[in-house]
Design a protein around this ligand. Structure first.
Ligand SMILES: N[C@@H](CCC(=O)N[C@@H](CS)C(=O)NCC(=O)O)C(=O)O
Length: 237
């Protein structure tokens, strides 16, 4: 059984889009796994998720999916045309290389949402440790966002960037049933994980308000959810 190492659930859900992406991929592809809660510093690259399969440790959501395809068959993407693959790739990059950092900003740096986020992530720590550990973690995130770029923006500029990403995603979803076209693929694991983490997390951020303005985004999440409820689309290789 594949062990998937990720953050413990918070608000009853998986608040890490990269970890949720791997869960959704496994569920769509019909690959059994066991979720294990851990902390990033315990992972081979200091980030989550990573998996352990047959004593082998594989970090990074993208590499994990490549590994799973190689080991258990490419159950979702084998039939993709070059054009479909390109569209899926572009949507994935928008989510992972841009939208992700707007989500991180909204949770960790925006003072309107930080108290709620601090409570859910650090609330179980004893009072003294809670302030210190959460301040250190917030400082680390601020530094990484400054390195990435969004940490140097004005607040409204970060949300303008995130809004532009969501508008572009909604426009694409208006033209196709799933990320790459008519079939569910690995790219939907990414798209679902990121959009879910905006629309279903109990923080009324500008990103959530923007996503809610595009019914096509909620409709897409519902469509994928139906397939997940039905047990995914993957068949044993
Ligand atoms: N490229 C990595 C990104 C993973 C990532 O950024 N994970 C975040 C959580 S969503 C993390 O572990 N952050 C902790 C840290 O940077 O200390 C992947 O696709 O798995």
């Amino acid at each position: 059984m594949i062990e998937l190492y990720q953050f413990a659930p918070a608000w009853g859900m998986n608040l890490s889009p990269f970890c949720l992406k791997v869960e959704i991929y496994c569920q769509l592809a019909g690959i059994p796994y066991e979720a294990r809660s851990t902390m990033p510093f315990k992972g081979p690259r200091g980030k989550l998720p990573y998996i352990i399969d047959q004593s082998r440790s594989v970090p990074d959501s993208g590499k994990i999916i490549e590994y799973l395809k190689a080991m258990y068959g490419d159950r979702l993407d084998a039939q993709l045309s070059e054009e479909e693959r390109a569209m899926g790739h572009l949507l994935r990059r928008v989510c992972e290389e841009s939208l992700y950092f707007a989500i991180v900003y909204s949770r960790w740096l925006d003072d309107r949402y930080w108290p709620k986020v601090r409570q859910v992530f650090f609330g179980s720590l004893p009072m003294g440790a809670r302030s210190l550990v959460s301040a250190i973690a917030r400082h680390g995130i601020r530094k990484s966002l400054i390195g990435q770029g969004y940490g140097r923006y004005q607040q409204e500029e970060v949300y303008e960037a995130g809004t532009a990403d969501l508008t572009a995603i909604a426009c694409q979803l208006n033209q196709r049933r799933y990320a790459a076209g008519t079939r569910l693929t690995s790219f939907d694991a990414t798209l679902y994980a990121f959009l879910f983490n905006i629309l279903h997390v109990p923080l009324e951020t500008p990103l959530k308000k923007e996503a809610a303005k595009h019914p096509v985004i909620g409709g897409y999440l519902d469509r994928v959810h139906e397939v997940l409820d039905a047990g995914g689309v993957g068949h044993a290789a």
